[in-house]
Ligand binder design. Sequence first.
Ligand SMILES: C[S@@+](CC[C@H](N)C(=O)[O-])C[C@H]1O[C@@H](n2cnc3c(N)ncnc32)[C@H](O)[C@@H]1O
Ligand code: SF4
Length: 458
Amino acid sequence: MDISSEFLLKYNVSGPRYTSYPPANFFNEGFTSADYVSELVASNKQKPEQISLYIHIPFCPRRCHFCGCSTVIAQRKVVVERYIGALKKEIGFVAGLLDSSRRVTQVHWGGGTPNSISMNYIREIMDWISQHFQMSENAEIAMECSPAYLDYPHIDQLAEMGFNRISLGIQDFREDVLKVVNREAPRHPVKEVVDYLRTKGFRGINLDFIYGLPLQTLESFRKTIEQAIEIRPDRIVTFSYAHVPWVKAAQKQLEVIGLPDATDKMNLFLQATEQLTQAGYCPIGIDHFTLPEDDLTKAFANKQLHRNFQGYCTLETTGQVYAFGASSISQLWGAYAQNVKDITKYMELVEQSGTAIERGYQLNQQEQIVRTVINSIMCNGLLEMDELAAEFGISADQLKELLAYDPSKFDDLVADGLMSLVNNQLRLTEKGFLCARNIAMLLDPALKRGEGVYSKTV
Ligand SMILES: C[S@@+](CC[C@H](N)C(=O)[O-])C[C@H]1O[C@@H](n2cnc3c(N)ncnc32)[C@H](O)[C@@H]1O
Ligand code: SF4
């Protein structure tokens, strides 16, 4: 792929990541626990019918300086125990409002580092979930793990509990990179861990990497990706380092060491793309590479790829997301609802009332349509206006009006080979996926631009 510095100058602007539409900075405190309860009840009659559960474990033994997640460092046992109790209360409360015939197709554990707490707590929650929900036979049960705290007996126990997917946060294989970002190295060789996971029936095994960290050079990152390819996981994600020191103060420490500039950063990504595609991985969506036989590759080919705060998933298995734990975000058809971030406040509120909503957003019908448009661009690199309008019972002209659509906005992108626009069909090219966020921004009627709010798009 030919990417020049002019290209970066032109397209690397500040913009939403569109992990949700509208983006999380639109959530407001006018949305209360009472609104959440009404939305939970309403969600029983909305699509998708399936249930996805998200369990947030905020605890990490130490903080990686780059981290953009909601974490709490090194908590005492008594706090973890109380947190587990609160999770159970919240799960019980929500389950009581949901139609018991709906099935759970996905359970996702994220954080923080869920595998840094005792497996007994994980089992306690999994048992609790089975007592409160009907699980679908082929449910995907996944956990984001840090390999620094993952031992073989943990894998055995996770498999026994029904876990069948795993994502390992690698970030970089180089010890000096890990050291300057304050991250512990994997406890066991990652290849052996991945091979072992396979013997235990895990599928869709994923390794996370980040490009744009201090000390990363083209040569060092080439070796890291080479090593990843040798391990041959089903999925490899190369996240663009999101530098938002105004939200995550610890990230300022990385500025002192020095971060690669936009061109160096893009070259790291392009090199990784080249290596991964040559090794047989398929680029899907943004930053994701998957083996041809993986479910996500097939979903991408069939325009069935979907995305939520937990990452890419298939439309077939994804349900409305009911999230539990501090800072977690439920994603229902009609609303987003986010819990308070402070864990003490979260535990107090849940202990009192069963919920701990801090903010959220109710989507009107027009926003539900725009959300589908943005998801289609971000996941499948495609917008078929006639088809999508028909899905919502409106005409293509009404859809265009809603999107403040003006084809001339895309002239530059078409001329630069990033997308095509033919017969009400907008399709991104492979290079265009680098600018998916820019294209989504042009279809977002509510976009609020702001250097101080969003990370860079490319
Ligand atoms: C919750 S963490 C994964 C589990 C575990 N805590 C770990 O670090 O291995 C989710 C992923 O987010 C990514 N991530 C965290 N901070 C990021 C940032 N500032 N920019 C881009 N990706 C980031 C990392 O790749 C990380 O693996
Ligand atoms: S990257 Fe993972 S391990 Fe590191 S602080 Fe963030 S959540 Fe914790």
